[in-house]
Design a protein. Structure first.
Length: 164
């Protein structure tokens, strides 16, 4: 897959919002948005060669260092969803990516997630450089995603914006 990445963000799914994930407000509990985003990350990282087999054979994995989620439109039980991932940047130890969670049938945006992941040596539990083969796959994906515009919600920060 390394040189055959799609021209846009990588789509994962479809998945379905489970009834057990609905909170007392009648919509998807905030924790389960992260479950859906995480499943999307796992799909893409598997394409990068970073699945469960990687952990077993290379004694390394990736950990999330920071996440920023924006909730745009609520989801309800049974709704079909897809997650897309765009690689924003990477270096020898980190990957910065942006995800969108959309209704699979109607394509409206439900939420976004911006993340920083770290490559970790599982024997020491310390951040470590990506191996050359993974770094090459990250570079091939980055080469495609560099042509994409930066997502509108990328780089946001939390704060109360007061009128002067």
């Amino acid at each position: 897959m390394a040189n055959e990445w799609p021209g846009g963000p990588i789509a994962c799914g479809p998945m379905q919002v489970e009834q057990d994930w609905i909170d007392y407000n009648g919509h998807l509990n905030m924790a389960y948005y992260n479950v859906l985003f995480d499943r999307g990350v796992d799909d893409v990282f598997l394409m990068l060669g970073l699945g469960p087999e990687y952990v077993k054979t290379r004694q390394a994995s990736f950990f999330t260092a920071e996440v920023h989620v924006c909730y745009v439109r609520e989801l309800e039980a049974g709704m079909p969803v897809t997650v897309s991932l765009q690689l924003i940047d990477y270096d020898e130890k980190r990957a910065h990516f942006f995800q969108e969670l959309r209704h699979a049938g109607e394509d409206w945006l439900s939420a976004t997630s911006e993340q920083m992941s770290l490559h970790v040596d599982m024997t020491t539990k310390k951040v470590a450089p990506w191996p050359a083969d993974v770094l090459a796959r990250l570079e091939s994906l980055a080469a495609v995603h560099r042509a994409l515009p930066l997502p509108e919600r990328a780089g946001r920060k939390i704060g109360i914006h007061r009128k002067s």
